[in-house]
Design a binder for this molecule. Structure first.
Ligand code: TEU
Length: 561
């Protein structure tokens, strides 16, 4: 496979609203990001993915775009954006925007014009359908709960489609004019200097020929809209549209793109991320999907460290020789990785966080850090459902109540999956509002900020932050890059509970990465003679008689002969 410019990079996701506020209004902004570029550079981040900063009513926190070529004043101005591009370029860093084109905002002029004349040209940008016997056109349930259809105001028996919230009408990609609009907009940003895109919710653009009911799958009488994704026509269309985006926008710019792709068939992997595929990379959601329930979040199971390991290893083997998956432990839609994959009592233990970090950062593929992960931010606490901002959590709370849970149980069950866990302000210091803002933060800071913050760890040996830096340095070290970036992957001792161990080999080097994801010491039989311990999360591991002994939650990288 031909090598690409982005393959040896480390990526970092910024969720701007909660990253850093520069003007005291309690909302993070682009100047705040510029202010932290040196910190990110020192961490070793190269590619910065910005969640949406476009003009938006923020009904889904920016994933509802009202102007694809404008910056929302809450986040700054186009001049700020241009300054960010210049400042990242100066530091040898790259900016990747979020491409949200399955839908736009209901406040986008396209939709406003469509509402005014659903039969006119802009009506064809969206899906307008007649109801069925006084009910919506189909019984599909949207991603955030409730029907995917909302009535068109002032029009009897006419509905528009929105797979997400009702302020996010779906764009009809069968319309070539829509595809042209998107291609032109993407080229406009690439010409401006962004390095590429994270491509939002993209599998949903392929829709079936006919919209038909599915068998209801919950007490609400509705059926998961995702069922339409399996339709062969949906799939064919998806592939055709993505091919056009690649050929007419991404490829000519040699852009880096990472798809938010759920529901792929393993057979499709090469099509998506193989040589000349639709995207450079796509996220691996195997671990994030583990334990999910068709009933809803209230019924989801918490994975343990072994489940995390098994998911990552399976994915790595599946992608071997095909392409680069993007590895995450969390993002703006998921709970914090430490809270999710570590046992509850160890989520805040820096040793355990470092053990998890070693696995994620040295797996084959592209590592993505999410803001605050690098110094161990964890899930927050919600005093009541009213304290939750996220539209998705409210939908899931309603589903839990409908299933008969008490309000207290419903809150406790959905809180651990709430997207707000990852959306609390970044904890920069132990000062006012965790150093995020001089004002009042738009969402309360996690009460653990006095203990967990970047300033307390910066330059402190043994801290989670400094360990992430060493992992990144190792990954980028010319001596080991062949092995760690482009090298092979071989799981070892996968049957050993609480141990995540694998060998990465390339360029004449063989490295064993062994992470003790348990509170007991682990004896690891070495798959070869040990040459040198390159890195250890805490202290020094035991090494004698072909056995590596790891203390509880200790991780080590050992070069093998
Ligand atoms: O997420 C797509 C998606 O499928 C989500 O519904 C996801 O399953 C859910 O958030 C898990 O909790 C993307 C964005 O990442 C998300 O923030 C947006 O809300 C969504 O698209 C709509 O644009």
């Amino acid at each position: 496979m031909e090598r690409q410019w982005w393959q040896d990079k480390v990526c970092y996701q910024i969720w701007p609203k909660s990253f850093k506020d520069s003007n005291g209004d309690g909302v993070g902004d682009i100047p705040g990001i510029i202010d932290r570029l040196d910190y990110l550079k020192e961490l070793g981040a190269d590619i910065l993915w910005l969640s949406p900063v476009y003009k938006s009513p923020l009904a889904d926190e920016g994933y509802d775009i009202a102007d694809y070529r404008g910056i929302d004043p809450r986040f700054g101005t186009m001049e700020d954006m241009e300054r960010l591009l210049a400042e990242t370029k100066r530091r040898g860093m790259y900016v990747v925007m979020d491409l949200v084109v399955n839908h736009c905002s209901d406040e986008h002029p396209w939709f406003q014009k469509a509402l005014a004349d659903p039969e006119g040209p802009y009506g064809k940008y969206f899906y307008f359908r007649k109801g069925k016997n006084g009910a919506p056109p189909t019984n599909w349930r949207g991603y955030f709960g409730g029907s995917v259809w909302s009535p068109v105001p002032g029009r009897e028996d006419l509905y528009y489609l929105h797979l997400f919230c009702k302020k996010q009408p779906d764009l009809d990609w069968e319309n070539p004019v829509v595809r042209r609009e998107v291609v032109e907009m993407v080229n406009w940003w690439l010409d401006k200097g962004v390095a590429g895109f994270r491509v939002d919710a993209i599998v949903n653009i392929g829709k079936p020929e006919r919209f038909e009911d599915f068998a209801p799958d919950r007490p609400d009488g509705l059926a998961d809209c995702r069922k339409m994704l399996a339709d062969p026509v949906s799939r064919q269309r998806l592939h055709a549209y993505l091919g056009q985006l690649r050929d007419e926008a991404f490829a000519p710019h040699n852009a880096f793109t990472v798809g938010e792709v759920f529901d792929t068939d393993p057979a499709e992997l090469a099509l998506f991320i193989g040589q000349g595929g639709f995207f450079s990379s796509m996220f691996d959601f195997a671990a994030a999907c583990w334990g999910g329930s068709p009933k809803g979040w209230y019924d989801a199971k918490k994975p343990g460290p072994d489940n995390y390991r098994d998911c990552c290893f399976d994915s790595a083997l599946r992608a071997a020789g095909v392409g680069f998956l993007s590895n995450i432990i969390e993002n703006h839609d998921e709970p914090r990785g430490a809270s999710r994959y570590l046992p509850e009592e160890t989520a805040n233990d820096p040793r355990a966080q470092k053990a998890l970090a070693a696995v994620q950062m040295l797996l084959p593929g592209l590592p993505f850090l999410y803001q605050g992960q690098e110094f161990g931010m964890t899930n927050t606490v919600f005093p009541s459902i009213d304290a939750v901002d996220d539209v998705n959590t409210h939908g899931e709370y309603a589903a839990a109540l409908a299933a008969g849970l008490t309000p207290g149980e419903a809150l406790a069950r959905v809180a651990r999956w709430s997207r707000d866990n990852a959306r609390t302000p970044v904890q920069w210091s132990a000062e006012h509002a965790a150093g995020f803002t001089a004002g009042t933060p738009w969402l309360p800071v996690n009460p653990n900020y006095a203990r967990v913050n970047a300033a307390a760890q910066q330059g402190v040996e043994g801290s989670v932050l400094e360990f992430y830096k060493s992992l990144i340095r190792l990954r980028k070290n010319d001596e080991y890059k062949e092995a760690l970036v482009w090298g092979g992957f071989e799981p070892v001792h996968q049957e050993q509970a609480g141990l995540a161990a694998f060998v990465r080999a390339g360029g004449g080097r063989r490295l064993l990465i062994a992470s003790n994801l348990s509170g007991e010491a682990q004896r690891v039989e070495l798959p070869g003679a040990a040459k040198e311990v390159l890195l250890c999360s805490d202290g020094t591991p035991g090494l004698a008689g072909g056995i590596l002994t790891l203390a509880p939650w200790q991780a080590a990288v050992v070069e093998l002969a």
